[in-house]
Structures are given as C-alpha cells and as structure tokens.
Design a protein around this ligand. Structure first.
Ligand code: M6R
Length: 596
C-alpha cells in the first residue's frame, strides 16, 4: 500500500503536495518523493519518512505536480526505488500504488527496445511504456500503456511540458478533489479534506485528465464519463483513519484486499520458485514470536498436509538457545516487522547451524530480509495498530504459498490439487468479507460478555492456534485474561478454572475433529460456562450445544483459520471498545520489539 497525491492549480504545488502527502503517511513511510512541472520536470525523492523528504528538498517552483509515500513491495526502500519514477529522458514521471504482476516480462521487452532503467521497481516499467506511446496526447499514451499492464494500480503521470495530471485506476483507490481554479488527486479523501470536500471517485479501468480548471474521464472503451461530485461530510480527524474510529478496525476491514494483494502474480504458475527447485527439504522448522508464532503453528498443519514434510514450530527466544539437532531443517522465520530481535537472532543462529532460511515478512528492506536465503513478502501494507491483524492473515497466505511450493517440489501435490488450492485461495477474500458484514452482530455479543474477568478459547487441530491467537488478541487489547487451550486438554487441568463467570469461545467448524469438539463443549457447558461458538453456516447441530453462534461460510477446513480469526479479531476489538481501552496502543506493548 502506498499513498499518491496530485495538484494542478494556481498556487505553488510543493507545499500543497507535502501537506496532502502527510495525511497519507499511514499508507507507507519507507520513502517519498515529489515531481513538479515548472521549467520542465523537477524531481526530488528520498529514503525515509516524509519529514526527511521535507527537510532535504529544495524550493521547487511550479503549479502542478504529483507526490508519493511508499510502502515497498517490489524493490528495496531506497532513494532510487522511491517514486516518482521517470522515463529515459526524465521527461515524464509516474507514481503508483499497487502491483504490476507482469512487470518482469514488460521490463525484458523494454530493455530489448533500448530503455534504460534506474530502479528495481515494477512501477518504472510504466514510465517507459508511456514514454514509448507518447505522441502528443498524454491521456491516450497512458490508455495505450495500460493495455499492456496486468495487476492492480492507481497511477498518476505528469509530463514536463504541460500542467496536466493523467491518472488511472484498477482495484487501487483513487479520488479526484474539485476546487475553484484548482483540482486535486489522492489515494483517499483524507488527504484532500483540508482543501475541498467535493470528490469524484474514479472507477476501475477509467483514465482521468486533470488540469486546474478541468476534469475529463474516459472509460476502458474510450467513452467520455460524466460523474457528479460527492460531498464528503467527515471531519479531518475522522478521515485520517478513513472514517474508522481506530486503526485496528480499519486494518481488520482491509483484510480482503490484503489477501488479494498477497496472492497477486503468485498462484498462476505450476512451477516452484527457483529457490525451491532442486531443494528437497526433509523437515521444516518455523520460528517466530507472538502472533507470528501462532501463524507458524497454523503453518505446521498446512505444510504437513500439503507437502507431508514433518514440521516443528518454536518460539524465537527458545530456538536461539536450544540444542543443535542432527536434522538440517529449512528454517522459516515469520515476522511482520522483520526487525523483532529474538527472530533476527534465531535467523542468525539458523544460518550458523548451516540451515537454509526463508523469511516471511511484511516490511521490504527490513533486517530479516537482508539475512535470509529467500523471502516471501506479505503485502498487507503498513499496520499501525499494535495488535497484529492483517499481517497475521497474510502470513497465513504466505504459508499456504510456501506449502504449495514444498508440495509441488517433492511431488506430494498433484497439478489438480494445486489448482483446487488456487481456487480456494482466490475465494478467501469473499469468506473474510462475509465475516466483516457480521460486525454488528459480533459487537452485540461482545458487549454482552465484556465484563468478564477471564475468558477461555478452545479449538482442536488447525483451530487450536486460532484459539491461542484469539486469546492473545483479547488479552492484548481488552485486558481480559484470555487463555487458549487445545479442547482435548481441558480435562487434564483447565476445567478447574471453568465457572459460570468465565465465557468459553469455541472454534467448532465441521472438520474431522468436530464430534470430539462437541464433546469438549459439553464438558464446559455442563459446568455452567456460557459458550460462544464459531461454526460453518448450515450446521444445525452446533446451536444445540452452545449459547451463541457466529457463522462463517463453509470452506475446506484447511482454510477456515482465515475467516475464524477475523471473527476473533472483531470479538477482541469490540470487547476492548466496550471496556474503553486504548485499542491502538495497549499498555506496555510496543509494535516492534527490538530488544531481546
Ligand atoms: O514483527 P513480528 O511479527 O516479529 O512481531 C512479533 C510479535 O511481537 C507480535 O506478533 C505481537 O505478538 C503482536 N503485538 C500481537 O498482536
């Protein structure tokens, strides 16, 4: 996720672009840049946050321009890879939010045609594609270039010889703000509210040309589009979180898109990634902390199911000081920040032991990605809330992809099984959206149980780590004592804690452990505990055993942790809201733990 802004008007563009850009910093903050049309095209960019760009940049005269704040997905967060990206002659510049999934082929073709590249980004190909098509009209050149691009995008393009911005979108947000004698462009309305509240939302496939006193939109068939502006009534403060009261809720609701982005360009090929080709790993060890550890625990089930490779999971701080075994596993380090000290230490230890390492990380250029042999990036975009939500779900996506690589490489997975996996992965955003649509119901239930002091979470098999993660989310942000157990373990001790005062949340989807799970639910309800269950839609048996039920759409059980954890994220969020907790910044917890 990145942030884009544009301005064409009568005032100096530079301060307006910077002001708007700062409101989009939540979308990315590893590098930033500005291109202003004055006497030709002036371009300035830098690594780091917008404040760094602002402190370094010279005065740039000109009344039209574009700017960008980046969250790297392709190419490290360096000054060279920062946007805007220019064509060969620095005559035009492009900013982009999204992923061009066919950029490698496009780049090869452009190199053959003599284009010179100055970055490792997917975006730069678009600057060269427009350059190749430009013969007068910028909108037509952009429209022609777009025909070659696959993936998702919001683009804005300026050329040094005209005060016009051309913009286009496909599955990435882009809005035009209308002013008097000036017009604006941004990834979301929050960036523009200081200047205008009259917005025109661009639709997929549309190309817009924006000047100080005109907005022209054409659709994918080249037809002119007339669209009335909408009046936005949000206050500036509301808008910074996109209208959500907390970043955590916003990030929970971004999960369908985050899953979609994390799959883009990665599931089409039946060939394993080069790193996995020729490597037959006899075992896998997943090492991580906190929520990432829980993702790793789900990953164990997925990897063993799809590749049959024995997999163990260990907490990073435990692995670092554990005895060296005879095995030489593939060590998978899961960390959203890529900077967690214990996981970094574990990665170094794994390499010292001579093991191959794979990182699963959300931050391109983070420490772990520089140390491992191979990285699978989650493409969740920046996560501001301390509680990990969309990074967890995209870590699961990365683990499905990893398991498919391993299963394909060692031939445990047939091409047919792989195709079925791909279909199911593509359906996940919809399954998550179904859960999000039930937020009001989950809030009502959470309000009912928010005064509990203790809460227990149970699940079996692949749903046991989901129970652990539900408990972690609950304790982290609502300060209710939450504990997760494998449901079959209750009778070995935890049942002593169960009382009418302690609600039990049961992940009880219909899988091969379902009957046993119903037995475990009976054990707690017999002791008076209220039971709130998550089950598959259409299950008429579960309501007979539980006090409350939340339903998810029926999907193959190996995928159920994705929608079930979203239920539990909302559950924890609404418990915390009812208790008046500081949701985005829980006490004593830092987003990234860089000390041992
Ligand atoms: O950045 P990492 O994924 O390595 O962070 C690991 C944990 O610190 C993190 O998941 C923590 O448990 C979260 N705050 C939980 O919501």
């Amino acid at each position: 996720m990145c942030g884009i802004v544009g301005y064409a008007g009568r005032r100096g563009a530079q301060p307006i672009l910077l002001e708007c850009l700062k409101r989009l910093e939540y979308r990315g903050y590893d590098s930033a840049g500005v291109a202003i049309v004055g006497q030709g095209l002036q371009l300035f960019k830098s690594k780091g946050e917008i404040a760094v760009l602002e402190s370094m940049m010279p005065q740039m005269a000109g009344t039209a321009g574009i700017a960008h704040t980046r969250w790297a997905t392709q190419g490290k967060p360096t000054t060279e890879n920062a946007h805007p990206l220019a064509d060969c002659s620095n005559g035009l510049a492009v900013v982009h939010n999204g992923i061009i999934s066919n950029f490698m082929q496009l780049r090869e073709g452009l190199l053959k045609d003599g284009h010179k590249f100055s970055s490792d980004t997917d975006t730069e190909v678009f600057a060269h594609l427009v350059e190749a098509e430009l013969q007068g009209d910028l909108s037509s050149a952009v429209a022609k270039a777009l025909k070659k691009v696959e993936g998702t995008y919001a683009f804005a393009v300026v050329s040094g010889d005209r005060e016009e911005i051309v913009a286009a979108r496909m599955e990435s947000p882009l809005v035009v703000g209308l002013g008097d004698g000036e017009n604006f462009l941004a990834s979301d309305v929050t960036a523009l509210l200081k200047y205008t509240n009259r917005m025109v939302y661009l639709q997929d496939g549309e190309v817009a040309s924006i000047t100080k006193d005109s907005l022209k939109i054409i659709d994918a068939n080249g037809q002119a589009v007339q669209r009335e502006p909408q009046k936005i009534t949000w206050s500036l403060e509301d808008a910074e979180k996109g209208g959500y009261p907390h970043f955590m809720l916003k990030e929970i609701f971004e999960q369908p898109d985050a899953i979609h982005d994390s799959l883009l360009g990665r599931i089409e090929s039946l060939e394993p990634e080069p790193f996995f080709q020729g490597n037959n790993f006899s075992s896998v060890k997943i090492v991580a902390c906190g929520t990432s550890y829980h993702a790793g625990m789900v990953g164990k089930y997925i990897i063993e199911e799809l590749s049959r490779i024995p997999t163990t999971v260990q907490i990073s701080s435990e692995y670092r000081y554990s005895p060296i075994s005879r095995e030489s596993p593939l060590v998978v380090l899961v960390t959203q920040s890529g900077e967690t000290a214990d996981t970094l230490g574990a990665s170094r230890e794994a390499r010292k032991r001579g093991n191959k390492t794979v990182g699963i990380a959300n931050v391109v250029g983070s420490a772990i990605t520089r140390e491992v042999d191979h990285t699978i990036f989650t493409r969740a975009g920046p996560e501001i809330g301390v509680a990990a939500t969309k990074t967890f779900v995209t870590q699961l996506v990365a683990l499905y992809l990893l398991a498919m690589e391993l299963g394909t490489q060692n031939r445990s997975m047939t091409a047919q099984a792989r195709r079925a996996m791909v279909t199911n992965l593509r359906n996940l955003p919809r399954a998550v959206q179904d859960v999000l649509n039930q937020a009001p119901l989950i809030e009502a239930l959470a309000n009912k149980y928010a005064s509990a002091r203790d809460m227990y979470f149970i699940g079996r098999g692949i749903n046991y780590p989901v129970a652990l993660e539900g408990a972690l989310k609950t304790k982290e942000i609502s300060y209710i004592h939450g504990e997760g157990f494998p449901a079959g373990e209750l009778k070995h001790g935890p049942l002593a804690l169960i009382s009418t005062e302690s609600p039990v949340v049961a992940v009880a989807v219909r899988d091969h452990t379902y009957e046993k799970m119903l037995g475990n639910i009976s054990e707690v309800s017999a002791r008076g505990s209220p039971v709130i269950a998550i089950g598959f839609e259409g299950d008429s048996e579960l309501p007979k055993y539980v006090d409350e039920a939340i339903w998810i759409r029926e999907i193959p059980p190996i995928f159920s942790p994705v929608p079930t954890i979203v239920v539990l994220q909302l559950w924890a969020y609404y418990l915390a809201k009812a208790r008046g907790c500081p949701i985005d910044k829980p006490r004593n917890i830092a987003k990234t733990v860089t000390v041992e």
